[in-house]
Design a protein around this ligand. Sequence first.
Ligand code: NDP
Length: 508
Amino acid sequence: MSESQSITRYPHIINGEKREPGSGKYIPVFNPATNELIAEAAQGTPEDLDIAVHAAREAFNCKAWCNMPATERSRLLYAIANTVMANAQELAQLEVSASGGTISRVMGMDIPALADMFMVLAEEVKRFPFVDNLPARPLPEPTHTQVWREPVGVCALITAWNVPLLLFALKVAPALATGNTVVIKPSELTPTSTLRLVELLCELLPKGVLNVVNGRGEVIGDAMCRHPDIDKISFTGSTRVGKQVQQVAAQSLKRVSVELGGKGPGIVLPDADLELVAYGALYGVYLNGGQACESGTRLLVHDSIHDELVAKLAALSTQIVLGDPASPATGMGPMSSAAHGEKVLEYVNSAVEEGATVLCGGARAEVPGCEGGYFVEPTVLTEVHNGMKVAREEIFGPVLCVIKFSTEEEAIAIANDTDYGLSAGIWTADVVGAQQLARQLQAGSIWINDWHMIRMDAPFGGFKQSGYGREGGMESLHHYVEVKSVSTAFERNVRKKPLHRLVHKLLA
Ligand code: NDP
């Protein structure tokens, strides 16, 4: 059997059915830990997208879907969560083999969060104010106004390669909970878990409600932003492409939300428990090999504890187990590709050229059994200042930049001196003082004495160039509805309508 015959082929899923790409072509999907071909996924065309949008529009126009009572929709969301958990092993294996995320993280964090997102919204949807009554106004004539929140329509959801299932949850759950229909485009690098999950969920959902079109970002993603019959774009990815998405979608004034990059600062105050900081800050930057938007990549450390803390960071970094992401013992897997790994090490070299010191790591690591993968050693850079390229740009790798400060004011200024504003943290024994500092930090999520404290019932999203819009919890539902005011006048005698006199000559 040839290699291409032995691997799974994933067509699009449109209108509840598998559909071959119009191009007849498939994009290879590789395992980043080994560089082996593991699957092939449809190479979509704008015509494929058209077919999917048409199916989504038809499903939206069928009022049974968008007018479904909240209690019924809630049951459906619970059923989706159950399907996720019933297929957890298979989904996790697909996620690990294409993205290089470790099996322990995917099974311990991503899959439960995916199910949880649907369960959270199964509850929230019953409380969501689909209809609000404003106070009745008796004067100048009796009227009543309601505020209705209705689904936006056909939503195009574009996700990044790093954590596809989590991103699926954050976008698809609120879109469906509010009665929209969906066409999702996963990254062409890691599409398999999304394609399989949509196939599973199509057994629960009416035809056309959830569709997936795979393909290149600059073809399918771009066509989504231009498509006249798509009402909303929700995008997760780089700030560079996010700006492009916003620009292109502005031509038809589509609703847009964008979740972009980050450069998370963690401020370590002199009273912090340094053992806790060392473990926590490294968890903050090494989870998923640093390939996470909310990673804590800048550690701002008070002068008085700097040397003691960096000694602990170096000692702990060398204990991180690099390995095959499919092994439960592995703490950190590969970079997404060799090209990306090279880019990470170029950042390290640039830091050295600008005067930083490599405290530990800073090189490619060899992992037996995964010779085809590109692994980067857990890396801590000291003597970094905030003007260096490594402190300003998103590296998306396992590289922690340690920056010294002397006063809290200085720490806040450094933390906020960035184009990004996704996550920030404070390490201290004084949690009351931390609340006051949290007020001054410009970021969508502030974590005190830990990192990655993402809850599916809490809003998550960015300030500044980390994007706008929020995902997670009740807040996310507001980004998938249009707001309509519906006012009723009770007075039917034209002579008793005082405002009509502004135009008409009416007798009293
Ligand atoms: P990219 O911006 O390269 O891609 C994101 C998605 O956009 C992919 O599906 C991609 O498709 C698609 N795309 C590419 N070009 C276009 C285009 N012209 N129009 C529309 N869509 C397009 O990001 P990465 O996939 O490299 O992901 C890493 C980035 O995502 C990091 O910056 C990270 O911080 C950010 N991120 C943010 C999160 C958040 O919640 N704030 C969460 C996770 C990641 P394809 O891959 O097929 O080219």
